[in-house]
Design a protein around this ligand. Structure first.
Ligand SMILES: C[S@@+](CC[C@H](N)C(=O)[O-])C[C@H]1O[C@@H](n2cnc3c(N)ncnc32)[C@H](O)[C@@H]1O
Length: 502
């Protein structure tokens, strides 16, 4: 196995070569149903560890492997009949000459860990040609996108080619690939009767920093089912969750979605992202007997441009009682001309022009043809005194209600999402709605916690606060709102505004 690069866990070679250790292959094969397999196929079989593990457990099964690298194919030949070829040149259901009679068929393996764009960078020809796959349903959709995963392509190819017969396909892949494949099966109405994911510790087994799983799909006649039980480990005896496609949507927790789908709609309030500036050394200051740069230099700018800053980790941890950072907010809209600061705020102008190198050097194209010191994620909502904030990066949803500090509204980094409020009672009711069981279930249903940014603006915008307000017991809502806002006089009115936002 080639050593992965520290920054890029995927192997930097055109064969996506991560050989499965024999102990892992044995453990994974032991999770399969104890069917007496007649035929076992391993596309991309490498040195043949899966063929070997299958042979130990199912010595009577006819075992066939395909492998493009001749030295690997030669090694794998000890455990079955191995064809030295590229799977992209085969219809895997039809082009293999089996000697055994038709019977229970298993496809196992660990397809290459590489994306199409990585192959492009390598100038590799080891990738599917669209012409070879014209009969495969849904393949065009995936090959049409420039950065598809080769493993996802192989899954879809196998499912298309075997869709007319009963077969079990069980392969190691990224959990993201498994989810995409499940959605593909539902969209194409493939005859899937059951599936499951077992989480694999990819760091331990492959020294790779990805979320990987052992994904098993049963194809055959019977009632279709596009949900998959998920097991926390390869040895777990019980699943801890079920993901799946419900009403055409992929959800992260089927049970939670069934409980909360009536709240999956459109938020009556607009979620916003925190401020993006790509120049933290200049725009973010620490509080240390007044605002200072990270290097400790005191900064003297007009105070109306300084706002208490909280980062997503502060929001997640609830570290919100004291102001330990400030953000310079030089605009009230992204479109404002910052050159006028020379007259209206000379101290700020001097500070920004003295430190212009970091701002002028911002690489992202969003800053091109914009005001010189512009920022993003700023508008009237930035200056609202009360806010609900949540980190987009953390794995547990924590909504926080945040008021002004000495009259200055709090601002957030761009990994934080927020709802702005003028009225603290409305903010408290929104907090109560977002932290109740209904919203908690809906977020559990929609957020895939292994994503880099599991909570997104799009997800938050789906939480129908009005529907939750109408379904929630009024007294319980009032009590929860009072827990974060003591002045109860306007809470009832705020609840009414949510139940009937028109
Ligand atoms: C992730 S490794 C897994 C090997 C083996 N299945 C295992 O589990 O140990 C992927 C394998 O796919 C092989 N491979 C890559 N492209 C291929 C292709 N077009 N046709 C057949 N095998 C291929 C590589 O040489 C490598 O052995």
């Amino acid at each position: 196995m080639s050593a992965p690069l520290p920054e890029a866990p995927m192997p930097n070679n055109e064969f996506g070569d991560f050989q499965t250790p024999i102990e892992l292959a044995r453990a994974l094969v032991s999770t399969l149903p104890r069917t007496a397999w007649t035929r076992v196929l391993e596309p991309t079989c490498g040195v043949g560890n899966f063929l070997s593990a299958i042979g130990e457990r199912h010595p009577d099964a006819e075992r066939v492997g395909i492998e493009v690298q001749p030295e690997y194919a030669a090694a794998a030949s000890a455990f079955g009949r191995v064809i030295t070829a590229s799977i992209f040149d085969f219809d895997l259901a039809r082009d293999i000459a089996w000697t055994s009679a038709t019977g229970p068929t298993l496809v196992v393996g660990n397809p290459p860990w590489v994306t199409n764009s990585q192959l492009s960078v390598l100038g590799s020809s080891n990738r599917p040609a669209r012409a070879n796959t014209e009969n495969a349903r849904g393949i065009d959709a995936i090959t049409g996108s420039s950065n598809f995963d080769i493993a996802e392509f192989i899954w879809i190819k196998l499912l298309a080619e075997f869709s007319d017969r009963p077969v079990t396909i069980a392969m190691i892949c990224k959990t993201q690939v498994a989810r995409n494949v499940l959605l593909h099966c539902a969209r194409q109405q493939l005859p899937v009767t059951g599936s499951s994911l077992r989480m694999i510790d990819a760091k331990k087994w492959f020294d790779a920093g990805v979320d990987a799983c052992w994904f098993t799909v049963e194809l055959g006649p019977g009632k279709t089912d596009y949900t998959a039980a998920t097991y926390p480990s390869i040895v777990a005896s019980q699943p801890d969750n079920r993901i799946g496609v419900i009403d055409g949507q992929l959800v992260a927790n089927v049970d939670a979605y069934q409980r909360s789908k009536q709240f999956d709609g459109i938020s009556s309030l607009m979620w916003r992202q925190g401020i993006k500036h790509d120049a933290s050394a200049v725009m973010e200051l620490t509080e240390n007997d007044g605002p200072r740069t990270k290097l400790g230099a005191s900064v003297d700018v007009e105070s109306e441009f300084l706002f208490p800053l909280f980062k997503c980790t502060d929001v997640y941890r609830g570290k919100l009682t004291e102001v330990s950072r400030w953000m310079i907010v030089p605009q009230s809209h992204t479109g404002d001309d910052t050159a006028q600061l020379a007259d209206s705020a000379p101290k700020l102008w001097k500070y920004l022009t003295d430190n212009a190198g970091a701002l002028d050097g911002r690489k992202s194209s969003i800053y091109r043809n914009r005001a010189r010191f512009c920022i993003f994620g700023v508008g009237p909502y930035t200056f609202a005194p009360y806010k609900i904030a949540i980190s987009g990066f953390h794995k547990v949803p924590q909504f926080r209600m945040i008021g002004p500090y000495d009259g200055r509204p709090a601002v957030f980094d761009d990994a934080t999402y927020l709802l702005p409020f003028e009225d603290p009672a409305a903010c408290a009711v929104a907090h109560a709605l977002l932290t109740g069981q209904e919203a908690t279930d809906l977020i559990a249903a929609l957020a895939f916690w292994d994503s880099k940014r599991p909570v997104t603006k799009k997800l938050l915008q789906r939480i129908d606060l009005s529907a939750i307000a109408r379904a929630t017991d009024r007294r319980a809502l009032r009590d929860r709102a009072r827990a974060v806002h003591q002045d109860s006089s306007s809470i009832d009115q705020a609840i009414d505004n949510f139940t009937d936002p028109t």
